[in-house]
Design a protein around this ligand. Sequence first.
Ligand code: FMN
Length: 409
Amino acid sequence: MTRYIKGFPQSEADEDLKFVNVDELEERAKEVMPEGAYYYVASGSEYEWTWRNNTNAYNHYQIVPRSLTGMDNPSTETEFMGMKLKTPIMISPIACHGISHADAEVATQKGAALAGAMFSSSTYGNKPVEEIAAAAPDAPRMFQLYLSKNWDFNQMVFDAIKAAGYKAILLTVDALVSGYREANLRTDFAFPVPLDFFTRFQGAKGEGQTVAQMYASSAQNIGPDDIKRIKEMSGLPVIVKGINCAEDVEVALTAGADGVYVTNHGGREIDGAPATIDVLPEVVKAVNGRVPVIFDGGVRRGSHIFKALALGADLVGIGRPYLYGLALGGPHGVASVINELNDELKIDMQLTGCKTIEDVKHARLTHFEYAGDTRPSSTDPRVRKPYPVTAVNQIKKDGTDAVSGASHH
Ligand SMILES: Cc1cc2nc3c(=O)[nH]c(=O)nc-3n(C[C@H](O)[C@H](O)[C@H](O)COP(=O)(O)O)c2cc1C
């Protein structure tokens, strides 16, 4: 059923989704989401070179298969800062989930909890953090901060998230202004659903604002002193989101950061930045085990997650895929996306003899150069045959298959 808030259609779906890979969800979401909302989510900045290469660059690393390891039943359970998780997959912070679903972040939090995954809320969320937390009180969650120029606003946010049980702050430092996102200009996109923290603080602000206007209210000048001040004022650990090089690791850790988060905002900020998987090794080397490392960017396969873990990430975030799952299937749709990627990860764990996520962190990757790797794969939407998707040909999820059902044929 579709509900209309001031002319904006919002999904009220709540169902498991049937699909074979998460790329399909983008095509399906395009059919149900309003044009402006779809392009706000799907697009990157300028030529979208960085957006494309975030996914393509996983091919720069290859997973060395391991046989004869006498291992079965791999487990994806892990821990992050003392929080127990069923999977290393994290829900990356994304603004305005209300463009995908009527229950917005509340629905996403429910989906993450169903799958046992870490959830993170954006400062630009639609729903109050108290309501999000109440949807899954015991689930692990962190909060993404767009630092405001107004420290009264920041203090209000700190007090609210702490009381709501958020365990850490992800301080975003890679989006001091909006990247040049042409799709938003072409569709004249503005946030159609009110953003809770702005409504609370200023009264009804946020709704109807363009992305560039929203960023203008946030701080453009963020430095080491801010990290210290946020830690002091909030009493929460601060993980710096948007680290791409060794120099920034040093600045962040010297200022007392409790973690680093490798991301380029899903290719939405500087177009021409390297793919995140290509900068991860430099960052991990600079961190040298001092603090945990979160990673995201272009993750669309279990093998991408495997490679990021093997290169030193502790948690691997997904962005757009879960928003498509949210639009198509609500809470259960979000869980379907996480479960699919986690099942794919388990296949790779079985085929490399990795019993645990710790084993994956020590798995061997190679780094051969392959020429002519530009042909689209047979699963690329541009060349894929329109296979029928029926209940009969779905991968089994009932536990009857060896790992995830991939051996069903
Ligand atoms: C529609 C959209 C909105 C986003 N909003 C935020 C945000 O509010 N705060 C933030 O730190 N990152 C934001 N991001 C970046 C994500 O946290 C994440 O880094 C990115 O989506 C990962 O790339 P992926 O979408 O290819 O998985 C957003 C990304 C998208 C696609």
